[in-house]
Design a protein around this ligand. Sequence first.
Ligand SMILES: O=C(O)CCC(=O)C(=O)O
Ligand SMILES: [Fe+2]
Length: 335
Amino acid sequence: MNERAGERSGSVESLVLRADERAEIARLGDETLARRQPWDALAFTGEAAAVAQYLPARLRHFLARARTEQADVTIVSGLPLSEDLVPTPTGWELAAKTGAGLREELLCMLCAGALGDPFGWSDQQNGRIVHDVCPAPGLERSLTSASSELNLALHTEDVHHPCRSDYVGLLCLRNPDATGTTFVRVDRMDVPDDVREILSADRFRFYADDSHENTELDAEQLAGRHENRVSQDGSVLFGPPEFPYLRIDFDFASALDGKADAAMSQAFESLRASVERVVLEPGDMAFLDNYRVVHGREPFSPRYDGHDRWLKRVNVIRDIRRVFVETRSLTRVIV
Ligand SMILES: O=C(O)CCC(=O)C(=O)O
Ligand SMILES: [Fe+2]
């Protein structure tokens, strides 16, 4: 993990694993993987929280504290990646087809299991529980995580949905150009009380982004046109006023009236002024609190030579029953 001095305003909770802890995690990972052949992340979702109890106590304690204290950004450093990690795939489909980085998927799910319940979306990466975030040819300027050349705008993950994750977990496998993951804390939103009041009312619409819609637009093609997308209306700010939660997406949100539109512009302006960044290094896993920060990514040049940036991503919800209730089924993949 590497943060540029002077570019952070609050702290990032971080834990650097010791060599003995890395070895313990590697052993747990290998044993679990051997027991769980062929590896199927979905089948493991119900077991992840229980197996996570065998992670080193310091790591469990650290993640439990992040959960109870509602830390904005939490980073575990030094997770034991495979020494013979395969080349970075050119897109998630190839990763899925070839089973690239399965041991890392398991690490991702174990850490996620110490914080909550991993879950997926049927329309995102074909219902996979652990996603691959790597640049894909042809999608360099898309509005999804497969992009590279464009700044990935600040967003709440899966902003349109009531069961959006409490945490976005990102395990870094490669990041050769030290590309930053950007984020802004809701606490940094500095707007007058009357604007805050508007932002706290159900005067906004949140849309499914292109990772759900299976479209591959760039920003110019989207140009604020959201017709026909799945959406939900709600407020930008919610929860305890003294410890607010946030829901916003710079590309996939709109206001329902003129005053709300002006308030949203002010919110965007304020958030833009407080962007922080964290550079994930191989073996770092970040958990971004999806209620307390919005996140994005800096642009970079893809190589498509096997050495590209590569993250494994997992959505974590604090209580999977929210999904069971919303979908009226025992599924861990939201349709
Ligand atoms: O690539 C990153 O650092 C973050 C991308 C992102 O927003 C995501 O995967 O949800
Ligand atoms: Fe994201």
